[in-house]
Design a protein around this ligand. Structure first.
Ligand code: GRE
Ligand code: ZN
Length: 266
């Protein structure tokens, strides 16, 4: 299975289109956001959300990063969204150094990382899989990660769990549940555009909402992300892999805008 290969090593983003033709489509994500040139819009209702404070209680190593599984309720609506969207999972992207790691960039500049809160239209569709294949079926909140002096309390709950899931396909209960609300930045201002999943199969079904304000984590916290292993315990450590089998980099670079409009919301 192609999706079992490490997507950022030998089978890197540049080659995805060989197996997933959509990867060279015209509404791919991420993009480089032109910050001053967005189309200013005021939606009839503001973007809103409600999340159970203990919504995330399990974490898994996907082989290309960590993913929080959701068993509580999470709903997102308003702003650019036509109906109610349900929280499915939360994951993140990061890089080898603090000069790279986010998927979206702003005026050509990357942040050290980016968190994705993935939601699906549960009013129109009956499953995540069905929604992921339907135009506008998904809504993803993107939150940039910046590195500062302060460790982030909610991110620390994730960091503490990473040593329990060192290898691909390992899943564990979180000792302390994660509150999705606490992974969102202080300001609600965001950019909005129509794009895709940033990993194969790169389906062009995502309504992207990227917050302008980043979340601050410590250097130690983002370093802990890079210690995850991209291989399963029963597999030998991939010796010829340039990354030594660690998930030190798991972001896709910006894709062409192809005339798409980026909306600027506050
Ligand atoms: C990803 O794998 O990175 C991803 C998803 C779903 C939506 C957006 C996204 O799995 O970036
Ligand atoms: Zn993602």
């Amino acid at each position: 299975n192609i999706l079992n290969l490490f997507l950022y090593g030998e089978f890197c983003p540049h080659t995805w289109a060989v197996h997933f033709p959509l990867a060279s489509g015209k509404r791919q994500s991420p993009i480089d956001i032109p910050s001053g040139r967005g189309e200013a819009v005021n939606f009839s209702s503001g973007l809103a959300w409600t999340y159970d404070s203990d919504a995330c209680d399990r974490i898994t190593n996907t082989g290309h990063g960590w993913k929080l599984l959701v068993s509580g309720n999470g709903e997102l609506w308003g702003g650019p969204l036509p109906s109610k969207f349900k929280l499915e999972q939360i994951h993140a992207h990061w890089g080898c150094t603090e000069n790279e790691g986010s998927e979206h960039t702003v005026d050509g500049v990357a942040y050290p990382g980016e968190i994705h809160l993935v939601h699906w239209d549960s009013e129109k569709y009956s499953s995540f899989a069905e929604a992921a294949n339907a135009d506008g079926g998904l809504a993803v909140l993107g939150v940039f990660i910046t590195v500062g002096d302060q460790a982030h309390d909610e991110i620390q709950k994730i960091v503490d769990a990473l040593e329990l899931i060192p290898n691909k396909d390992m899943t564990e209960n979180l000792a302390k549940t994660v509150d999705p609300l606490k992974l969102l930045p202080e300001s609600k201002a965001f950019w909005n555009y129509e794009g895709s999943l940033t990993t194969p199969p790169c389906l062009e079904t995502v309504n992207w909402i990227v917050f302008k304000t980043p979340l601050t984590v410590s250097k130690e916290q983002i370093s802990a992300f890079r210690a995850l292993r991209a291989y399963a315990p029963e597999e030998d450590k991939p010796g010829d892999d340039e990354f030594g089998g660690q998930v030190v980099q798991n972001f896709r670079p910006p894709m062409p805008l192809c005339g798409r409009v980026v909306r600027d919301c506050c």
